[in-house]
Design a protein around this ligand. Sequence first.
Ligand SMILES: [Zn+2]
Length: 472
Amino acid sequence: MEGARDQRVGETANAHKVIKIAIASKEDLEDYNGEKHTKLSVRPGAQTTYPGSNSHFHPKSNPFSRDKLYTEARFAVTTRAMSDAEEEEHSKLYGRANMTMRPDVIDSSGKPLKVIGVQNTVGRPRSDALNKKISAFPREFVRVLGIFFNQQDIKHISNDRTTLLTDEQKRNGMQLGVWRIKQGGKFTAIYRHRAGAEEIFGPVFKFGVATSPAQKQKIAAIFKWDSVSGFETQDDTEDFTEHLRVIREFRITSTMTVGQYVNTPWHIAYLPISMEQMHLQHYESFSMRCRRCARAFYEYKEMHASYSDTPIEYRQYPTRFWKRVGSKAHEASQPFHEDYFWIKNTTRNDTHNPARISRVRAEDVGNRSLLPQDVPGGHQNWEVELFDISKTDNTRAHNKAELRYKAHSNHLYEYAKNASIVQGRPNTRAKVALYDTGFKLRRVSAYSNVCMDCAADMDRLGLTRCRVWYRW
Ligand SMILES: [Zn+2]
């Protein structure tokens, strides 16, 4: 990227280039030059967050967006035409106006519709797409190669001074894989295989014929970022003929599946900058993958939330990640709901059993010091469980009995194909570090299709516009 100033010149002459500019106003630019970086504002769809930072895809050309990888998550109202008698009855009770005024309440013959139910379709992974090689999707494969040839370091999304991966590490990682090796008692990531190293991410693609540096330079010019990222045309139907010819000529192939690719840092770092204003959009139902990064959520059968008996200072605990005592150095911190951390209530009853709603014994009213041993249902009929902080790396002195949370079942558990992933998100601030294994991706809220990582990134760029993130 050239300086932001140069890009601004093109703003009026070339309207589509406006979207390239992350800096919204003259004042922002002055702030940038004056290094008041926190004042920068970023537009949804911007190519970069700061001059010289990561280049992102145009939302339309997002390779392997979740819409391509899973079925539509849709909430719908089901209707049928009213019978004459029903129409008459409805008209008597409510008048005729509300039966005919809106086009979506009448059928094609003009008959008013009656709501007979709701249909909630959960968005499920398309295994046919996820298990295929990325090269089986030529358009997407071209864009993946665009990431490889885009000569740029991967920086923190909201801080242009922190380089997380250099361009060289990215290229080696994409071509030779990412590995972990023990050096001086510490595990370090390396970007080519060495004896005794453990593979974290496999190679994304390889050249089938030997390519000289001069040839590689020519190929890089063909896979120029602007032409493959969508910012030049903003058109998903652009012509990739030349790119496909190069792929054939140099026999560029891939053994990585789409399901594996979406978990890599190469994918995450180049996602579009989007605006996330709602947890669920209109008529959007629950989806098993994140709306932005298309990674699969990990769903727990049982989850825990704070309630009135949870001490105020511990009410944010459900949003945190926790390191198990004695876990390996590169093992990811675990979500709060992990079974390992819980002392289960021995007097549990079936959550759906109406017999649970029984009277509390008079002598137990107001007794909040213990889990009720023979009071079915616990506090306000919630199951109550204890979080065992001694099983975490948290060294603060806690009174175990205080860490009480209500337990509830997760309606999405039955749809989940739970698997932990490698934390591929390039970030220095997250508790789960880059390349940590055993990472379990969480929704930002129980009622959202956006993951915690995407929400955190968009929040830092000022693109969430709602203050209800980070609740669960
Ligand atoms: Zn996400």
